[in-house]
Ligand binder design. Structure first.
Ligand code: PMP
Length: 356
């Protein structure tokens, strides 16, 4: 029987596997699997969304002029240097599509953000994965992996799922080695959770170097994961290439008004981030006290390298209603939630430890 035909690459692609919620037999459910904000949306943001709902019979502003202007003011960059997308994952896809041609190579660390290999495959580029050393980027090896076919390098800082960071001296030395015609994309989805002063702000590097682009998102610290808004800041040629590779009206009206309201309420949102950072310290210390090895995290999650115990640990957490994110066969990433969810996770980790 004849069947519709698709690209061969789809046969080997696993597809993105999102974090799921789980419920314990006694009805408890804590979702620590998608690095979301544990807080309810701010009332001011909900009000902006309700007001925006009265305008949804119209298409959104395709250029999102007000939001782009607000971001340009916030970061003191020209509006032309900003490209918005429905989530920074989509902006990453646009970047890969913009450089993507057969034979083109894209270099990134592995393990890193799960979407990179999928998006690279879809864009028809060759992924060059450089193994982490320990839990950290090996920037030396990444510099060596660059060839004349490389058009783009992704550096996830802090890295998802390990929470580790690349520091100023390392990153600067790396950038000095990258040819000027190779684009370095600093994926800073978790930037707001960084407390280590030695981690450079990607925007400082973009200001100094025309081949550096920064990705940020409203999904994590700003709590808008459900609305999908992310953006790139880069020099005009890069931002404009990304803007060309978009579907029209990609960032919807509600997302635009909610992002604007979130920028207006930024100090309140960043206080919440402070609380998550405190909880991150508490969770890590509790795990260390239980005897786990936990790399220091600068993001809103922690990482346990569990190897062949990855599945058993995730299942033990799920039985207690705690959804964590297994990355087979390396380990488990646990998002930092509210204190109650974190307590439930700490107890599940302790019980697992004792059962060994
Ligand atoms: N980059 C990294 C490193 C991430 O972990 C995520 C979300 N898991 C994203 C980008 C995508 O975020 P969003 O598309 O929600 O903006």
């Amino acid at each position: 029987m004849l069947m519709p035909r698709f690209r061969a690459i789809l046969d080997t692609m696993p597809g993105y596997r999102p974090g799921k919620a789980v419920v314990s037999p006694d009805g408890r459910s804590y979702k620590l699997s998608s690095n979301e904000s544990p807080y309810d949306p701010l009332p001011s943001v909900v009000e902006a969304i309700a007001a925006g709902a009265r305008e949804i019979h119209r298409y959104p502003d395709p250029a999102a002029v007000r939001l782009v202007r607000a971001l340009a003011d916030r970061y003191d960059v020209p509006a032309e240097h900003i490209a918005l997308g429905p989530g920074s994952v989509t902006v990453t896809q646009q970047l890969l599509e913009a450089v993507g041609e057969p034979g083109v190579e894209v270099v990134y660390a592995w393990r890193s953000f799960e979407a990179y290999p999928l998006l690279a495959d879809l864009a028809g580029v060759t992924s060059v994965r450089v193994p982490l050393t320990g839990e950290e980027h090996d920037l030396e090896a990444m510099a060596e992996a660059i060839t004349e076919r490389t058009r783009l390098v992704l550096v996830c800082n802090p890295n998802n799922p390990t929470g580790t960071v690349v520091r100023r001296a390392q990153l600067t030395a790396f950038l000095d080695r990258v040819p000027a015609d190779v684009l370095v994309v600093l994926d800073e989805a978790y930037r707001e959770y960084v407390r280590d002063d030695d981690v450079p702000d990607g925007l400082d590097l973009y200001r100094e170097r025309p081949n550096v682009a920064v990705l940020r998102t409203f999904s994590k610290a700003y709590g808008l994961a459900g609305l999908r808004v992310g953006y790139l800041i880069a020099h005009e040629e890069i931002a404009s290439a990304v803007r060309k590779v978009t579907i029209p009206f990609a960032v919807n009206h509600i997302a635009q008004v909610a992002a604007l309201a979130s920028l207006a309420a930024e100090s309140e949102l960043l206080e919440r981030v402070d609380r998550v950072v405190k909880e991150r310290t508490r969770v890590r210390e509790a795990l260390l006290a239980q005897g786990w090895e936990v790399p220091p995290s600068e993001a809103n999650f922690v990482w346990l390298r569990l190897g062949d115990r990855t599945a058993a640990f995730s299942e033990a957490c799920a039985a207690e209603g705690v959804a964590v994110r297994p990355f087979h066969p390396e380990g488990v990433r646990i998002s930092i939630g509210d204190p109650e969810a974190n307590d439930a996770f700490i107890a599940a980790a302790e019980a697992f430890r004792r059962s060994l």
